[in-house]
Design a protein around this ligand. Structure first.
Ligand code: MEV
Length: 287
């Protein structure tokens, strides 16, 4: 019997633009998904990812496994990519990270049809990553304690539809959308530098800029805007949506002495504060 766990993720900068070849920054979070091989109960809701992983690396073997997720699928923390990664690693514990990435990314793309693979990379490598589409670059960033606050909107994001909406906008207004993507790419590069320096106030300001462009792309929502505005009014350095938009979570950065006020402001605005620690370890064999 072997137990493998993989972390969930939060997109910090660069969503949507990353689908078109620009960089993003993602952090792995403390909430983990666990796969145990050799038991056959308690399967995850969406078995397709597990079955696909078994078809690739477990063919001809009598594989029975169960999966347990410490976080609800509702938050958009990446349970599909985490379960794919954990299952592959359970089937081949010695496989190196690149091999797991290429195989898991292919599975996720086959099933979902779209995606940059940033969530797969976070599940495998953990930590905080500077990532370029399809894993062209997967660069671990050495960052200190990130004063991150996460607020859930209560609304499930429809990632596929949002990606399609952005694609439609890009087809209609190619220059405008490319300009937005280019600007987001520059914000990501600047955020990378400031995160390594630990200048969280500036990183917060960069979140605000990134959010303006996401708003222009049309992927924000009233609820996200309400929580972001509340976090800012509560004293956050900056705030933005995280992920595809339309719902799921927003993130904010705030000094430790403002943390409580920001969390209360998010709650008062109708959000649910989700306590997660960023920069978590990647996929691992559990003792
Ligand atoms: C979704 O969480 C983030 C997107 O950039 C899609 C992706 O990168 O796979 C919209």
């Amino acid at each position: 019997m072997i137990t493998i766990s993989a972390p969930g993720k939060l997109m910090l900068f660069g969503e949507h633009a990353v689908v078109y070849g620009y960089p993003c920054i993602v952090t792995a979070i403390s909430e983990r998904l666990e796969v145990v091989i050799a038991q056959a109960n308690d399967m995850p809701d969406d078995r397709r990812f597990v079955d696909a992983a078994i078809a690739v690396w477990g063919a001809g073997r009598d594989v029975k496994l169960s999966a347990k997720c410490a976080f609800s699928g509702k938050y958009g923390f990446g349970s599909s990519s985490a379960v794919t990664v954990a299952t592959l690693k359970a089937l081949k514990p010695d496989a190196d990270n690149r091999m797991v990435f290429d195989t898991a990314y292919k599975i996720v793309l086959d099933i979902q049809g779209v995606g940059s693979g940033f969530d797969v990379a976070a599940a495998i490598y953990g930590g905080t990553l500077y990532f370029v589409t399809g894993g062209k670059t997967i660069e671990p960033l050495t960052v200190g304690d990130m004063p991150l606050i996460v607020g859930y909107t209560g609304v499930k994001a429809d990632t596929k539809t949002l990606i399609a909406d952005v694609a439609a906008k890009r087809a209609k207004e190619p220059e405008k959308v490319e300009r937005i993507f280019g600007a987001i790419g520059k914000i990501v590069d600047e955020a990378k530098i400031q995160m390594i320096e630990g200048d969280w106030e500036r990183v917060g300001r960069l979140m605000d800029f990134n959010q303006e462009y996401l708003r222009d792309l049309g992927v924000s929502s009233e609820k996200l805007e309400a929580l972001i505005a509340a976090a800012k009014a509560g004293g956050a350095w900056g705030a933005k949506l995280s992920g595809a938009g339309g719902g799921d979570c927003m993130i904010a950065l705030a000094s430790p002495d403002m943390r409580q006020a920001v969390e209360e402001a998010i709650t008062k605005a109708g959000g649910e504060v989700v306590w997660v620690t960023p920069n978590a370890e990647g996929v691992r064999v559990e003792p």
